[in-house]
Design a protein around this ligand. Structure first.
Ligand SMILES: Nc1nc2c(c(=O)[nH]1)N[C@H]1C(S)=C(S)[C@@H](COP(=O)(O)OP(=O)(O)OC[C@H]3O[C@@H](n4cnc5c(=O)[nH]c(N)nc54)[C@H](O)[C@@H]3O)O[C@H]1N2
Ligand SMILES: Nc1nc2c(c(=O)[nH]1)N[C@H]1C(S)=C(S)[C@@H](COP(=O)(O)OP(=O)(O)OC[C@H]3O[C@@H](n4cnc5c(=O)[nH]c(N)nc54)[C@H](O)[C@@H]3O)O[C@H]1N2
Ligand code: SF4
Ligand SMILES: [Mo]
Length: 715
């Protein structure tokens, strides 16, 4: 029997994993309307049937346990929540928004969303906030995640357009992996790199830049364990040495890029020996890495949070993009500067204006023509979209403190656990006039502070589209029933819009209609998807990469496409724009009181604030509790033994965790996962210590560097 027929007979339906931005295809089986089994989809080009444990154990988390099943309200701050009807919850929420707008203006309202919404939800949130309420205060957790990459891609390529495809992995000879623990965080892509290395053996070289040794660095030919935050120094030095060893593609630069002269002059003095001072690396290792980059092309560069979550995040991105442009590693097989997305649909949000600075179709709030185009499309008055830049995630906390934001509406993110300096965040949310939380689970650290709780359907319980890291748009159809009275996010947004009196702009009978509305806004843009439709996506379960204009419709979707193959960029003159990256150390300095650099990040089997993965006993097995990685050299000086509890204190707050004494982390730095929020540990959370210093251009916080001291906890 053909596979598809067999699949149907056994009751399997196809979807995409709801965790990371890799976007693996899954097959889902349901029993009594609930997900009962999940397997990898052998026909999906991303993962060919493979899944990591998080995806494979998806069916573990689909009980009603921990779910927010009904709307609830709190009659006063701190009171126990009481179950209510959708009508009352929406009336209260919309009433609070209406009052705030009438009394304090539209900028007293903030919508804070997530890369875990489907693109249709994102778009509606933006339409409501930016087009109707009249404020650009719509930001998402992508601010903590991708904002530095978005800024740098826009400034370098004229569009937020990651050029490569996953299939370039099988054609690359050099992998430069910067600030990314791919084995844990993009496991299936990591498997593909490992497989490539196995097949091509000596031809393939892997360079990993990370202050820690991880499973990712196990496949590294060169591991550059630099001092945290010093990437710009390293990357400038690499480019300096690449140039010395003749690795510059002068033809490419003269035909397709502006700004090389300035970048080349900025390299002066950045010899490997000089970079040793800033990075703490050995000059031989830098020289060896430069030699590989110069002569072992094509090179594919992957980066994530070690680059983006930094006060020099945009500069790190510039330096990474420069390295690709200068060596001609872009727009050709096996090459490209590839910033991976973290969340399953961070990319979709980027496309449809999910950030306080963006509008649908890769448009920018700051651009008056873009605002006018969107106003016309939405049928709102000219000037309805404010020219005032919107409040970003970290700024939201300050505005709440100052009482400037009265109402905050949070959907599909858990900021009280995931924003840095969490005690301050909690206090800021507690003092808001009204907190509306739209989540699938309760309690979360944020829903504990909600005045109004709106139960959302989650993955598998609703339709929608998502875009993975390689610009692949997939349709995720509803395969199971939402529990209790939970509703798809878009339906909640429509209810709110209607209650606010904006019903005319939000008449949708199905989510598909929302898709067709924003699809039109992509016409003629770099990410044109006018050729796509729900039926086409239903037919091509493996997804379709953008751009996909109407003209593409003549044949079957062409897969594994790469951008900029013709060397034409989306800038006014069609040339890539190189920018000189400034070298600045992290915002906080180390001193006698706070001598160590705290890095925060992830473990393989947990997802963020654990609302879902924390419910799988199997996933909990691999890491049962938070920990602090510390180098033996530091531990000995502090009298800290392996597994002994330690207290970590920054200028903001502190937490306790058992020490893991290991030379996997460089001396002078310590590492803690950020997953365990206050609902999962009683010993304080690592985000109490993390820093809220932001990159001046991207407003992304420096979650990878906080000055701390570590002390043994005496029993
Ligand atoms: N298992 C799992 N997978 C996930 C997630 C999850 O929660 N769990 N979340 C998803 C999301 S949203 C994201 S954004 C991605 C994040 O994916 P990653 O960015 O790979 O994950 P992190 O652990 O945050 O950080 C990666 C590495 O950056 C290193 N690093 C710290 N400081 C520096 C520095 O200054 N320079 C360099 N070069 N490296 C540095 C850290 O040591 C760490 O190993 O993962 C996605 N995938
Ligand atoms: N210290 C430190 N902090 C960090 C980071 C770090 O590296 N270090 N990384 C940052 C990064 S990159 C990211 S992306 C953020 C992630 O931080 P968050 O977004 O706060 O983390 P999640 O736990 O993924 O939160 C998602 C929420 O959405 C809910 N949810 C799931 N599905 C749905 C749905 O379909 N609809 C609705 N309405 N709700 C749903 C979940 O129950 C959960 O409460 O954390 C950031 N914080
Ligand atoms: S690699 Fe990412 S998308 Fe694939 S199964 Fe694992 S968590 Fe899901
Ligand atoms: Mo992220």
């Amino acid at each position: 029997m053909p596979r598809l027929q067999l699949l149907r007979r056994e009751g399997w339906k196809r979807s995409v994993c709801c965790y990371c931005g890799v976007g693996c295809g899954v097959k889902v089986q349901t029993k009594d309307g609930v997900v009962s089994a999940v397997r990898g989809d052998e026909d999906h080009p991303v993962n060919r049937g493979k899944l990591c444990a998080k995806g494979a154990l998806l069916s573990d988390i689909f009980g009603e346990e921990g779910r927010l099943l009904y709307p609830h309200v709190r009659d006063e701050k701190g009171a126990t929540e009481r179950r209510t009807s959708w009508d009352e919850a929406i009336e209260r929420a919309s009433g609070a928004i209406r009052r705030a707008v009438d009394e304090h203006g539209p900028h007293s309202v903030m919508l804070y969303g997530s890369g875990q919404l489907v693109t249709e939800d994102y778009y509606l949130f933006g339409k409501l906030a930016k087009g109707y309420i009249g404020t650009n205060n719509q930001d998402t957790n992508s601010r903590l995640c991708m904002a530095s990459a978005v800024t740098a891609y826009n400034l370098s390529f004229g569009a937020d357009a990651p050029p490569a495809s996953y299939s370039d992995i099988e054609q690359a000879n050099t992998f430069l992996i910067v600030g990314a623990n791919m084995e844990a965080c993009h496991p299936i892509l990591f498997e593909r790199i490992r497989a490539r290395k196995r097949v091509a053996r000596d031809a393939v070289k892997v360079i990993v830049v990370d202050p820690r040794a991880t499973r990712t660095t196990e496949i590294a030919d060169i591991h550059l364990a630099l001092r945290p935050g010093s990437d710009v120094a390293l990357l400038q030095s690499l480019l300096f040495e690449v140039r010395l060893s003749g690795g510059i593609d002068e033809d490419y630069l003269s035909n397709h890029a502006n700004g090389w002269d300035d970048v080349a002059s900025s390299l002066s003095g950045w010899s490997a020996e000089r970079a040793v001072e800033e990075t703490g690396l050995d000059a031989v290792d830098i020289l060896e890495a430069a030699r590989v980059i110069a002569h072992n092309g094509p090179m594919l560069t992957f980066w994530t949070m070690g680059a983006n979550q930094s006060t020099s995040g945009v500069d790190k991105n510039f330096a990474l993009i420069n390295l690709s442009l200068a060596t001609g590693n872009i727009g050709k097989p096996g090459a490209g500067p590839f910033s991976l997305t973290g969340q399953p649909n961070a990319m979709g949000g980027r496309e449809q204006g999910g950030l306080a600075t963006t509008l649908p179709g890769h448009r920018l709030v700051a651009n008056p023509e873009h605002r006018a185009e969107i106003e016309r499309a939405w049928g709102v008055e000219p000037g309805a979209i404010s020219e005032k830049p919107g409040v970003t995630a970290i700024e939201m906390v300050e505005r709440l403190e100052r009482g400037e934001i009265k109402v905050v509406w949070v959907a599909a993110t858990n900021p009280v656990a995931s924003l840095p300096n969490s005690d301050r965040v909690r206090a800021a949310f507690a003092q808001a006039e009204t907190v509306i939380v739209q989540d699938a689970y309760h309690p979360t650290e944020t829903s504990q502070l909600a005045d109004i709780l709106l139960p959302a359907a989650q993955w598998s319980e609703r339709d929608g589209t998502m875009t993975n890291s390689e610009r692949r748009i997939c349709l995720l159809e509803q395969v199971s029933e939402p529990p209790g009275e939970a509703l798809a996010d878009w339906r909640i947004i429509v209810k709110m819009a209607q209650a606010l009196g904006y019903g005319d702009g939000f008449r949708y009978d199905s989510i598909e209609e929302i898709f067709y509305e924003y699809r039109e806004l992509s016409r003629g843009r770099d990410m044109d998807i006018t050729g796509l439709s729900y039926p086409l996506l239903a037919q091509h379960r493996a997804g379709v990469q953008w751009p996909y204009p109407v003209a593409s419709r003549s044949g079957p979707p062409e897969d594994n496409r790469r951008l900029f193959e013709d060397g034409q960029f989306h800038t006014p003159d069609g040339r890539a724009q190189m920018h000189v990256p400034a070298w600045t150390p992290p915002a906080e300095s180390l001193d006698d009181e706070y001598p160590l650099a705290l890095i925060t990040g992830r473990v393989k089997d947990q997802w963020h604030t654990m609302t879902r993965t924390g419910r799988s006993a199997k996933l909990m097995k691999s890491e049962r509790e938070p920990f602090l990685e510390i180098n033996p050299a530091d531990a000995t000086g502090l009298g800290v033994r392996d597994r002994q509890p330690v207290r970590v204190t920054s200028r903001r707050g502190s937490f306790e965790a058992p020490a893991r004494v290991t030379d996997k982390i460089r001396a002078g730095s310590v590492f803690a996962p950020f997953h365990w929020g206050s609902l999962w540990t009683s010993n304080g959370v690592s985000n109490a210590s993390a820093s809220e210093a932001v990159d001046p251009r991207s407003k992304q916080p420096e979650l990878k560097f906080a000055a701390v001291r570590v002390e043994p906890v005496v029993a």
